[in-house]
Write a protein that binds this ligand. Structure first.
Ligand SMILES: [Fe+2]
Ligand SMILES: [Fe+2]
Length: 349
């Protein structure tokens, strides 16, 4: 392990350099040595080391100047300063710039060996701690990823349950997610909010699991009374999701409850108006209706993009948030791309 630690020795007296080098080598290290501190500084511009052992009194640049310059390049570098005497003031200055230990001339071999061993084992344990922290960070990231994956799998399962009996198709759910995310991005919502909506949008009709098959799967037009029951799916969806602490399900609750509200206040279940309707609900309302219009349903053909866009624009400020309609129309190219991505996948998944 010791061989992995890199030592640099700087002293203008060759005898001292040779002595320190010899001791370090005996201890199993391969030190790099310099007689000129300026050359050492140059070396540090492109290299790093674990420990710098430097003399104080050298021509051209003293040990303090060298150490403080090297420390700005490599703040974690450890150091031993060699001084000729017990100069108290000098030691204080050296400690201020972060020197770790001192050696007094004439150098005692035994003392140098012990100080070197101490400081290198400290350096080694710092390195190990850092490596451990790094490893821990990777492990935590992996665990978080696994947790997120299982969370998305659970969300997916819930969405598939929601659409299982629903005559609407899997590709409808997917497109509504993508249209909603696109609108969230165009509205300037954060990436986190865009992602929340992407996973919450498929839950918009989850409340349909609480609607009787006779009504949900009725091939013809619903009677007024049946339609009133059908409308309950928004509140049922909200009730299913509202108590979850999971942010995706919380967003799903908002979407489920508000995706049939209309900007003019004539929607349901609460008859909310304009910005009283949560933005997520206003967004999903637009994506949901646009996709229903452009999709084939047992009771209708697929409308062309132009026909659907015309209706959306006609409903600007009525059914839909005018700002969202403008963004949607201005980005028709992206809408077409999303549509094309799921074309021909209209079988139930
Ligand atoms: Fe719905
Ligand atoms: Fe839908």
């Amino acid at each position: 392990m010791k061989n992995e630690l890199h030592l640099v020795i700087v002293d203008d007296e060759p005898v001292n350099v040779l002595l320190l080098e010899e001791i370090a080598k005996e201890m199993g290290h391969e030190p790099v040595a310099f007689f000129d501190p300026r050359e050492a500084l140059q070396w540090f511009e492109t290299h790093n080391a674990d420990l710098l052992i430097t003399d104080f009194n050298m021509p051209g640049m003293n040990g303090l100047e060298l150490l403080s310059s090297v420390k700005t390049l490599h703040p974690e570098l450890m150091s031993i300063m060699i001084t000729a005497s017990g100069d108290h003031e000098l030691k204080l200055q050296a400690l201020k710039i972060g020197v770790n230990d001192f050696l007094t001339k004439p150098i005692s071999v035994a003392e140098f060996q012990l100080r070197l061993e101490n400081i290198l084992s400290l350096r080694q344990s710092i390195k190990l701690q850092k490596a451990f922290a790094e490893e821990l960070k990777i492990e935590v990231a992996k665990a978080t990823q696994a947790l997120e994956k299982s969370q998305f799998e659970a969300l997916n399962t819930l969405s598939r349950t929601a659409e299982y009996k629903d005559p609407e198709t899997g590709s409808h759910i997917a497109r509504v997610s993508h249209y909603s995310k696109m609108l969230a991005e165009l509205c300037g919502l954060s990436e986190h909010e865009q992602e929340l909506l992407f996973y919450a949008a498929p839950l918009h009709d989850i409340g349909k699991v609480g609607i009787a098959d006779a009504i949900l799967l009725k091939p013809g037009k619903l009677s007024e009374e049946e339609f009133e029951i059908m409308k309950e799916h928004s509140t049922i969806g909200y009730n299913i999701l509202e108590n979850s602490a999971n942010p995706y399900l919380q967003a799903g609750a908002v979407v489920a409850e508000s995706h049939h509200e209309k900007y003019n206040g004539k929607g349901y279940p609460k008859g909310l108006k304009g910005e009283e309707i949560p933005l997520f609900g206003r967004i999903v309302a637009l994506g949901d209706v646009f996709d229903a219009l452009t999709s084939v349903r047992p009771y209708k053909r697929a409308w062309s993009f132009e026909e659907a866009m015309e209706l959306i624009q006609k409903e600007k400020g009525e059914h839909f948030d005018p700002r969202l309609v403008e963004l949607f129309v201005a980005n028709i190219g992206r809408v077409r791309e999303i549509y094309a991505q799921f074309e021909g996948m209209d079988e139930k998944c």
